[in-house]
Design a protein. Sequence first.
Length: 218
Amino acid sequence: MIAPSILSADFAHLADEADAVENADWLHVDVMDAHFVPNLTLGLPIVQSLRKATTIPLDCHLMIEDPDRWAPPYAEVGAANVTFHVEAAHDPVQTARAIRRAGALAGLSVKPGTPIEQYLDVLQEFDTLLVMTVEPGFGGQAFMAEVLPKVRWAREQVKAGHLRLFVEVDGGIAPDTIEAAAEAGADVFVAGSAVYGADDPGKAVEALRALARGAMPR
């Protein structure tokens, strides 16, 4: 699945930017609070407005402090998937359950330097694992291939039946990197500038999807 990131879109015309990628599977929304990461983007009111403007499922990635408090409301306003960082959460399991009760999928994200093996039991409560392939906070960064062993580990756990979740990657996903991520076992790909920097964002989505499908293990 391809999830274009509106972090790379024109914030003055978000409804039009969503329409430009109507063939996307999810629309990725980066929420940053200038505390957990050194950047400030958008929040709940924008997500509410965007939900009214598009039928594409919203994939909200919360790079914020205290997600235990702030994550469930994003599900309540209609986000399809709400992901928060394990590094910021005090009780990730209870927060995941609250998100699910509100009607959304629950996602857990890890920074490039965070080991994930220790969270195997916790991840059983989640629908999505978001592996950051850049340091969170800014778009347009270079893909970190050294993070791919985490993706492979997650896919192995899914294949073994220990986990049932999407394996999502975010950061530097473009035509020259998406195949490596797909080969490692990712099945959801967040792409910002590779989509919104293209002349035709919709065609860019299709091209990325074709590359990922071709590279996925059979």
